[in-house]
Design a protein. Structure first.
Length: 203
């Protein structure tokens, strides 16, 4: 771990925050769009398998993480140390098969247990935690992906066009209930979808 390099980097960002007119004016909200753009640039470099570019883009993304933490520290919201400690504790807590006595080696069981641990941490639904700002199709995919991790999954369903396909009625009922719960909370209307297939609307 490059402790000295990371410390120097944080010091650079704090100096810019204090002395650069543009940096001093920024808020969490004002650089929000840049954070999203940098994230997409990271993804693009991965898709292109351009590792030199990925190295640069990860640096840009790290800048945003540290810069947001600097802003938060100035406003007595939280510190960079709390960010780092928080993610470290979360990883240890959610990997009891590594750091605890609950030994598992099946990936499917590990993922299901991961979702159960998140529920114990205070989430009201397994659908919580899917960002509202995601593009609509990606958000729908993430919602169905979340449901599938605890057994709500299928290959056939009734699509928008009305064509019927075999499906377990119990899974329909359970999954619709999950979506209705999310809809009531968010006040939105969600659609189930599978890439390359028609969508299945949940009223």
């Amino acid at each position: 771990m490059a402790h000295e390099e990371f410390t120097r980097f944080v010091e650079v960002t704090k100096r810019l925050r204090k002395e650069c007119p543009w940096d001093k004016e920024q808020t969490h909200a004002s650089i929000r769009h840049s954070l999203i753009e940098e994230t997409y640039e990271v993804v693009e470099s991965i898709d292109d398998q351009n590792w030199d570019e990925l190295k640069k883009e990860l640096g840009d993304l790290l800048l945003h993480v540290v810069f947001h933490a600097n802003i938060a520290e100035e406003q007595n919201e939280f510190t960079l140390k709390e960010v780092i400690d928080g993610i470290s504790e979360k990883l240890i807590r959610r990997h009891p098969h590594i750091y605890g006595t609950d030994k598992r080696d099946d990936v499917g069981e590990i993922l299901q247990h991961w979702e159960k641990l998140k529920m114990k941490e205070g989430r009201e639904s397994l659908l919580d935690g899917v960002p509202k700002e995601l593009p609509a199709l990606l958000r729908a995919h993430r919602l169905t992906e979340r449901a599938s991790k605890v057994g709500f999954d299928w290959k056939n369903y009734q699509c928008q066009s009305g064509n019927r396909s075999p499906i377990d009625d119990r899974k329909i009922h359970q999954t619709v209930s999950l979506h209705r719960e999310k809809t009531k909370r968010d006040g939105k209307r969600y659609s189930f979808f599978e890439p390359g297939r028609d969508g299945w609307i949940v009223e």
